[in-house]
Design a protein around this ligand. Structure first.
Ligand code: MG
Length: 373
């Protein structure tokens, strides 16, 4: 079997706003083979840039377009192809957008491996330790306290045992954030885990104050209060914070996560499979985290393609406390597959179908495809 093409399709909502919603657009990747099997992947973010990274011609030995590197190769040599893409983009890549693009191709290669062998991806990763994974409801911060409490109550009624709000005005006024969590805890009772995602960096002093005050309400984790590059700040915060600190959705590769864990002292990491290097790389990151007693709670604020890849991996890792479930009402979230992934009783089922076990809804794909010609 050989790879004959890497097709890239930009999906984009008619209106895209500069807010914290990471699924207003995405890059859909279809890796075509000479036997007719097509692997499906998704890459984040800035799909126009990622498409260019895939389609680019050779520039020099260590700067080559990804399509050029994989066409003609055996798609089942996934590790070899990952290393080849990494090695031949060293000048432009190593982190960021190039790794995001590699991630999408890697996911598609695992889908091909599963379809070619009739096995679900979790089986190819060594076999599932569980059939389902608990989901946390992940939403953007509302415009008022009432809205946030009303939504949280609804998520709890829907069966979620953990709820996260993120971005928006969070972090701009520490006292208001604390008041919001106090109200959330009062509304939800002690059984539901509450998470807070600041998303945009705030001063270390404010983050420290927030982390200390939030511990009174048993917050499960405080996410990304600092710049992803402020590892010294994270190390200081983690040392004194009674609230667990989480980060990593903007990080890529095992090298980046090694830094987050060793220099940033983070004890909860959140790699995103469609950004950090695909299933191949996040599996390595998961092994590293496990060896160091670090908790892995992946970022998966994207389409059901990423969510399915995340579930297959999380089915096979030792500790799988939660997977992020984006609750936004958005057709790229809810209508991209013929059988969308749904939460039942707070849990997400891991598919036993070959590959990722997903089938694209071609009507949705056609409707939101951005014409680039
Ligand atoms: Mg986040």
């Amino acid at each position: 079997m050989k790879i004959v093409d890497v097709e890239t399709v930009i999906l984009r909502l008619p209106t895209v706003l500069p807010n914290g919603d990471g699924i207003q657009d995405l890059l859909l990747i279809k890796v075509h083979t000479d036997v007719g099997i097509i692997g499906i992947g998704e890459a984040h973010t800035m799909p126009t840039v990622l498409k260019a990274i895939i389609d680019a011609p050779v520039s020099q030995l260590a700067a080559q377009g990804l399509k050029h590197l994989v066409v003609g190769e055996d798609p089942l040599r996934i590790q070899y192809l990952w290393n080849k893409m990494y090695a031949h983009t060293l000048v432009a890549g190593r982190r960021g957008a190039v790794i995001n693009a590699i991630s999408g191709i890697d996911i598609a290669l695992w889908d091909i491996f599963g379809k070619a062998t009739g096995q679900p991806v979790h089986q190819l990763l060594g076999g599932a330790l569980r059939q389902n994974v608990a989901a946390y409801a992940s939403d953007l911060m509302g415009s008022s306290m009432d809205e946030v409490v009303r939504k949280a109550n609804q998520f709890a009624r829907d069966g979620f045992r953990a709820i996260k709000f993120g971005w928006g005005t969070l972090g701009t006024q520490v006292s208001r954030d604390i008041e919001m969590v106090r109200e959330l805890r009062a509304a939800l009772g002690p059984e539901v885990d509450i998470m807070l995602d600041i998303g945009t960096p705030i001063p270390l002093h404010n983050a420290t104050m927030l982390a200390k005050e939030l511990s009174a309400y048993d917050v499960f984790f405080l996410e990304e209060p600092l710049s992803p590059d402020d590892l010294a700040g994270y190390a200081e915060l983690v040392k004194i914070s009674p609230t667990p600190i989480a980060a990593g959705e903007k990080e890529t590769t095992r090298f980046g996560f090694q830094e987050l864990i060793e220099r940033g002292c983070l004890r909860i990491i959140q790699p995103d499979i469609a950004r950090a290097g695909g299933i191949t790389e996040v599996r390595r990151i998961a092994a590293m985290a496990e060896a160091k007693g670090v908790r892995l709670i992946p970022h998966s604020w994207a389409s059901d393609i990423l969510l399915s890849a995340t579930l297959h991996l999380m089915a096979t890792v030792q500790n799988a406390e939660y997977v992020e479930f984006n609750v936004m009402d958005n057709p790229l979230r809810t209508k991209l597959l013929n059988r969308p992934i749904r939460v039942e009783g707070g849990y997400l089922q891991v598919s036993d179908e070959p590959g990722l076990g997903i089938e694209l809804n071609e009507e949705t794909v056609a409707r939101y495809t951005l014409r680039t010609d």
